[in-house]
Write a protein that binds this ligand. Structure first.
Ligand code: ACO
Length: 320
């Protein structure tokens, strides 16, 4: 498939921070346990006046501003589609993508819809954009991953609530005409409600339930397989990759893949310390943070990979 250029990124997180120490005041847990098992120190939590739609709008405005600054050919009138990945949308309907169209003043003759794929959602949005471009769609596509995971948390369940946070990330993307551009993708599904599920009331309690050890095994294996498979598809090795952008669920999961590639440790950026697992927002937030820190630059070749509820996995190898 022809490539995708990341034109601009943005992100937004709530101001309120919930630290491990805060959690340990009401739960039988500790900062030491959480950091050692997950790498997480804090998470941002939405207030009653915030939601997926407000975070998504803020992140998308920043991505649009970044695209305007970086690409003289870009304007918001040229946005031809909006895909929003979330499983905690503020509104059941309209979709978050429709709200973005209205709030951002985007053209009306555009495709706008939400994607529900938990932590893999943003990469599904990216792949969908690639297929729209491959089918001839012109212009730019706005991708957003936004999540208020705190709304699904049972704050008496220490095995789950310490892991998640709220936030949003966004990217404006365009077809990539550069000769060196590449785009390889994989996606997979193993439908199962045993390891991770959240059933709405009245049938369920509305909380996310997780078999942590089973998810850990699945996540480590799917991340490892994703990196290996994409390198194989592209006929490359990790020497040819500038950064591996991983879903930020747990530092130990990323470490388990990292240690298979000695000498490449600096290619596995992590920031779950600050944001925890923000599900569909995670990869988008990481991308924006890495651009901001100068770790990602145009022309670099990256792998981006995610895994999560579904169970699902999704990964791309691309020139950015
Ligand atoms: N604080 C203190 N103790 C805890 C906590 C906590 N927050 N949570 C669990 N424990 C206890 C358990 O009760 C258990 O105690 P016991 O031995 O007395 O029974 C002990 O710690 C060990 O529990 P384990 O579950 O074996 O701990 P583990 O090392 O597996 O770590 C964790 C748990 C962090 C949840 C890990 O399994 C994990 O990260 N799993 C993956 C989760 C994930 O990445 N999810 C992402 C997908 S989510 C999505 O897609 C929406």
């Amino acid at each position: 498939m022809s490539g995708i250029r990341i034109v601009g990124t943005g992100s937004a997180v709530p101001e309120t921070i919930l630290t491990n120490e805060d959690l340990s005041r009401t739960l039988d847990t500790s900062d030491e346990w959480i950091v050692r098992r997950t790498g997480i120190r804090r998470r941002h939590i939405a207030s009653d006046t915030e939601g997926v739609h407000t975070l998504a709008i803020e992140a998308a405005e920043k991505a649009i501003a970044a695209a305007q600054a970086k690409d003289p050919g870009f304007s918001r009138e040229k946005i031809a589609a909006v895909f929003a990945a979330t499983m905690t949308a503020s509104y059941v309907c309209p979709s978050t993508a429709c709200i973005l169209q209205e709030e951002l003043g985007l053209p009306e003759d555009i495709a706008a819809f939400d994607i529900s794929a938990a932590c893999t959602g943003f990469l599904y949005a990216l792949q969908t954009a690639g297929h729209f471009f491959a089918a001839g769609k012109k212009g730019y596509i706005l991708l957003v991953g936004a999540e208020c995971m705190s709304r699904l948390m049972d704050y008496t369940d220490r095995s789950c609530c310490v892991l998640f946070g709220d936030g949003a990330g966004a990217a404006v993307v365009a077809p990539d005409e550069r000769a060196e551009s590449c785009f390889y993708e994989i996606a997979g599904t193993k439908g199962s409600r045993k390891e991770l599920s959240c059933l709405r009331q009245p049938q369920g309690d509305g909380f996310l339930h997780m078999d942590g050890q089973a998810v850990y095994r699945f996540a480590s294996l799917s991340l490892r397989n994703a990196v290996e498979k994409l390198l194989d598809m592209a006929g490359l090795t990790l020497d040819d990759i500038d950064q591996v952008v991983c879903h930020q669920a747990n530092a130990r999961i990323i470490d388990s893949v990292k240690k298979r590639y000695p000498g490449h440790e600096d290619k596995f950026f992590m920031h779950m310390e600050e944001y925890a697992n923000t599900s569909a927002a995670s990869v988008a937030l990481v991308l924006d943070d890495m651009y901001g820190k100068g770790l990602l630059r145009p022309g670099m070749r990256i792998i981006a990979a995610a895994f999560g509820a579904g169970l699902s996995w999704n990964a791309v190898l691309m020139t950015i």
